[in-house]
Design a protein around this ligand. Sequence first.
Ligand code: ADP
Length: 441
Amino acid sequence: MDRDYSNLFALRGLVLYLIPFFILGWLIGYLWETLTLGLAGLVVWHYYYQQRLTKWLWQSRNLLPPTAPGSWSYIYDGIYRNQRRSQHRRRSLARLLRRFREAAEALPDAAIVFRKDGSLLWSNKLAQFYFGLRWPDDAGMRLSNLIRHPEFFSYLNKGDFSEALTIPSPMRDSLDIEIRVMPYSDDQFLLVARDVTQLKQLENMRRDFVANVSHELKTPLTVLQGYLEMLGDVENTPPAMTQKALTQMQQQSDRMKNLVDQLLQLSRMETPSHDVFEHVVDVPTVLGELRQEAEKLSADKQLKLVFDVEPIRVYGKSDLLRSAMQNLVTNAVRYTQAGGNIRVTWRKVRDEVEFSVEDNGPGIENEHIPRLTERFYRVDADRNSDSGGTGLGLSIVKQALEHHNSHLEVNSKPGAGSRFWFRLPAGLIEERLGKAKSQKR
Ligand code: ADP
């Protein structure tokens, strides 16, 4: 609504209003008195409409202004128009704010806005979850009082946000939260936090892994180096010593090769694949080969080996399944004392198929069992590294089984023996042979 309200227009209105009083005053001979009366009426009229405006502005809930004649209609309309305009602006601002908050809630990171003095302005749900903030109850509170951690406190106080800070979540110690702070507007800051627990774990694993591999390679390399130095002095080395050195060097290089092969196998297994149904693994044949290997390995120890194998073939990855079974059989042969018994079974249990290796060897203390499948974990590092083990065998088994939707189970009693076993799901059994009668080998 655009109306032209000029000074001339206002003056013309005043003149038009006073003309009848002027004529009347002139006719009755009381010109000034009549004009004064007219002007007094005008003041009362203005006062009345001014009162109505005040009432409407302060008391009325109605958005529409009261109707008013003359110049007051311009004032009422003008105010109404401004109110509408600011209401419209407020609404679009609120919409914008809502959209911004929705976007901030959708962020995969926690977000907190705070003032230069450290008081909390706003936080999204994830921030409330990570730091235990309550919204809106905590609005205006000091961030350093809400997130109580000495490192966070000095980070905020220092005001140097060029680097990120990682602290444990005040809600759960096991969560590591990385915090970054960015200046947001003149006196506001945006704090973005994300969960880096997994990243940190991976980083630790990588560091441990490199340390372990280096450690494992160092021993055989030192032995090799020693013998090489000794062999350098050909004239002073007795032939018997040379022979011993060569045998030792052969053993150590076998050990290194074994380690590198197992590492490569593990890294190959890390790539996920979906072709588990592509090949059928003839487990009875694989176990026949493993039996021969085990017999050769255990020849000096006079172990009693029993293989009880049902003719069941399964879908799967032949090299992975073979390697899982081989590691379990080799471990039993390696750790069982001379004259001990080992029993390997492959049989149907309800609708699944079970592979089990049982021995009456030294057994394993309960506390070690959950850690056996960790890379490089050995129950007795000193004793077992002499046995040629790398501590990678059971982690290879674990990973190989994951490719077949299965996992390793261990029952063991120190002094009595161990049973390592796993079951493959019914869906992996090749029906044609699975239905055949069990056959003792
Ligand atoms: P390693 O190469 O040292 O054998 P593994 O991952 O195969 O590594 O095994 C981890 C540890 O579990 C071994 O160091 C050994 O202490 C223990 N272990 C595995 N199998 C047996 C078993 N049949 N009897 C007793 N201890 C075993």
